[in-house]
Design a protein around this ligand. Sequence first.
Ligand code: PBG
Length: 330
Amino acid sequence: MSTQKFPATRLRRNRFDDATRRLVAENKLSSDDLIWPIFIREGGGEPVEINTMPGVFRTGLDGLAKHVEEAAKLRIPAIALFPVTPPELKNAQGTEALNPDNLICQAARLLKREFPHIALLGDVALDPYTDHGHDGLLVDDYVANDASVEILTAQAINQAEAGIDIISPSDMMDGRIGAIRAGLDGAGFINTRLMSYAAKYASAFYGPFRDAIGSQGALRGDKKTYQMNPANSDEALREVAMDIAEGADMVMVKPGMPYLDIIRRVKERFEIPVFAYQVSGEYAMIAAAGRNGWLDEDKAMLESLLAFKRAGCSGVLTYYAVRAARLLEA
Ligand code: PBG
C-alpha cells in the first residue's frame, strides 16, 4: 500500500472504461438481494395508491395474486406482509393479531398456494391491531414488556401456522426472540426462520408507513420507551448480540440509509446475515424528489440499494424491490 505513488499509480486507470469498471466492482446488487414489503387491505377492487408513498399500493386479497405476479417472475426471493386493519377490528389488546383468519393469515395461505417459492415474512408487533397504535400492551400508559412478549409469541405461532416462512419481530420488546423461538419450536415449527428487527430506532422516517397501515392517527405518544435512541450505536451491538444469543437467524437494522454506520459495525462484529429496511420515509424522499424532477429516481434508488450492499448487507427490504428488479434483470 505504501508504494502507491503518483504518477506510477493512477487510480483513475481502473475507472477508464465500462469493462474495467465492471471488472473491479467490489459489490453487486441483484434481485436476490430484495425483499418487497406490501400492504394488504380488506375487500376487492383495484389497488389503492398511498398518498404519502406514490407508487405504493394497498392491495385487497382479490387482487393480491395479480399484484405479486411480476415480483415472482423477477425472482424476488421474499415478500413482507403488512395488514391495513379496519378500525372496528382494533382494540387495546390487539387480539386480531391472533385471529387465524386475519388479513395476514389469509394472504399467507393464498400466496403460499400461488407462489410456493416466494418466502413470506410476517411482521410480529401489535401496532396494526391496537387502537392505541403501540407495538405491545399498555399498562398504566407504559408498554409492558413481558405481557407483550406473551401475546407476540402467540402472534408468531399464528403466522407460522398460516404458512409464514420468516418471522420478523419488529416490536423491540426485551427477550422476545428467545420466547418466540421457544414458542415456534414447541409448536413444531423448528425450521421457521427468525429475522429480528434487532436494532430498530425510534425514527421520524416511519411516518408514511403509519399512514399506510392507518396507525398514524391512532398512535398515542411515541415509541421511545422501546425503540432505540438515534443517538446510540454501542447499544445496537448489545441488541444484536442478545438477539443472536436468543436464536435469531438473521438480523435487521432499521431505518436504512441514515444508519449505514450501524450496519457496518454489526457486520464487522458478528458472523450473521444482516439486512436493512429502507423504510417508508426514505422511499418517500426519493420518490418525491424523482416525481418533482429534482433527481433521477431510478438512478438514486439503485445507488441507495447498492450502498446497503457496500455497508455489509445480505439484502434490503425496499418498496422499490419490483422497480429495482425490473432494471437489474433487464
Ligand atoms: C411496526 C412497524 C413499523 C415499520 C415496520 N413495522 C412502524 C413503527 O415501528 O412504527 C416501519 C416501516 C416503514 O416505515 O416503512 N412495528
